[in-house]
Design a binder for this molecule. Structure first.
Ligand code: ATP
Length: 308
C-alpha cells in the first residue's frame, strides 16, 4: 500500500503586496525520501517551505504536512518536525551546547546531544556564545537543532550554504543517516551536486511554480539531448556516419580526430556507431557518453537570465 505524501501542497499562492511570490504551486513529498527544492533566487522556495513549516500563512491553496494544517494544527505538528531556517533564529548570547540541550529537553525522545555535537564537529565550540561562532559553525548548530528532537520530517533551508567541504560532507552523511532512519527530508539548495547526490526527488521551482519534479536520473534523462564522443583517425567520412544514424542525430568532427554525435543516446545508437567504425576499419581510441547534468536541465528549464 502506498502511504500518503508527508507533504502535500496544492494550488499554493502567496503574495507580498503586489508581488506574487508563490503562484499556484503543487508539491508532493513521499515518506522516507529526501526531496531537494531547487530554483533561482526569488523563485519562492523559502516562502513555500516556511508556509509548510507554519511560519507563514498562505493566501490560497491547501497545505498538509503529516496530514495536518501547519497553521491551524501548529501545536500538534511542531513536535513532529525539525526546522533549519536560513537565518538561525538563535539568541546571540546562548552557548551552542546549552542551546542544543535546551531544544533536546523540549522533545520526548531526543537524540544524544554529545553524539550530535561530535558528529557535526562542534565539540571544540560547545561553550562558545552563538554570536562568536563562525558562519559555518552557526550553520551546523542550526542543523543540529533541527534534528536533535528526532523529528519525522525535517526542513533544511540551504543547509550547506557557506560550509567548507568537510562540513558539507558531514552534513550529507547526516542527511543520509536521517533517511536511513526513515526520516523524510525536504531541503532547499543551490548546489546541483548536492541535489544529485542526496535527493530521491528534485522539485524545480521558477516564478512561484514547480516546473519539474522527478528523480535526478529521470530529470536528466527526460527530453535532454545527449552526446556521444569518440576519437579516431582524422578525416572520417562524417556524412556516411550520419546516414547510418537515426534521423534525429547529428555528427561532427570537432577537431581533427575528435567526433561528436548528438541525439537520443541509447544502447542502439552506441551499437550503430561502433558497428559503423568496424565497417570502416576505425578503432575508436576513446568512446564516451555524456548525459545532461542536473545543472543543464535546471538552466534549460529556468533560463540563464539573472533574477531580480
Ligand atoms: P533565494 O534562493 O534567493 O533564497 P527563494 O526562492 O527562497 O530565493 P523567496 O525567499 O521565497 O525566494 O522569495 C520569493 C519572492 O518573494 C522574492 O521576490 C522575494 O523578494 C519576495 N519576498 C520574500 N519574503 C518577502 C517579504 N517578507 N516581503 C516582501 N517580499 C518578500
Amino acid at each position: 500500500m502506498r502511504s500518503e505524501p508527508v507533504v502535500q501542497v496544492r494550488g499554493l499562492v502567496k503574495r507580498y503586496g503586489p508581488k506574487t511570490a508563490v503562484d499556484g504551486l503543487d508539491l508532493s513529498v513521499r515518506a522516507g525520501t529526501v526531496t531537494a527544492v531547487l530554483g533561482p533566487n526569488g523563485a519562492g522556495k523559502t516562502t513555500t517551505v516556511e508556509i509548510c513549516e507554519g511560519y507563514r500563512g498562505a493566501d490560497a491553496g491547501t497545505v498538509r504536512v503529516l496530514g495536518l494544517d501547519p497553521v491551524a494544527d501548529a501545536a500538534r505538528l511542531r513536535p513532529r518536525i525539525g526546522v533549519m531556517l536560513q537565518s538561525g533564529g538563535v539568541y546571540s548570547g546562548a552557548r551552542a551546547e546549552e542551546m542544543l540541550c535546551h531544544v533536546a529537553s523540549l522533545h520526548a525522545h531526543p537524540v544524544n546531544v554529545g553524539h550530535l555535537i561530535e558528529r557535526l564537529g562542534l565539540g571544540s565550540c560547545g561553550r562558545t556564545p552563538y554570536r562568536r561562532l563562525s558562519g559555518g559553525q552557526q550553520q551546523r548548530l542550526a542543523l543540529a537543532m533541527a534534528v536533535v528532537g528526532r523529528p519525522e520530517l525535517v526542513f533544511l533551508d540551504e543547509p550547506t550554504a557557506g560550509l567548507d567541504p568537510q562540513a558539507r560532507h558531514a552534513t550529507w552523511d547526516l542527511v543520509r543517516e536521517l533517511r536511513a532512519d526513515g526520516v523524510t527530508v525536504v531541503l532547499t539548495t543551490h548546489f546541483m551536486d548536492e541535489a544529485e547526490k542526496l535527493a530521491d526527488d528534485v522539485a524545480i521551482i521558477d516564478g512561484g511554480r514547480v516546473v519539474a519534479q522527478d528523480s535526478p536520473e529521470e530529470l536528466c534523462r527526460g527530453g535532454a539531448e545527449n552526446t556521444l564522443r569518440f576519437t579516431g583517425r582524422p578525416g572520417l567520412d562524417v556524412v556516411s556516419l550520419l546516414k547510418a544514424l537515426p534521423p534525429d542525430c547529428a555528427a561532427v568532427e570537432l577537431t581533427p580526430g575528435s567526433y561528436r554525435v548528438t541525439g537520443t543516446v541509447d544502447p542502439q545508437l552506441l551499437a550503430t556507431v561502433t558497428s559503423w567504425c568496424a565497417q570502416h576499419g576505425v578503432m575508436p581510441d576513446r568512446i564516451s557518453v555524456e548525459r545532461h547534468t542536473l545543472e543543464d536541465v535546471f538552466l534549460e528549464l529556468t533560463g540563464k537570465e539573472l533574477r531580480a
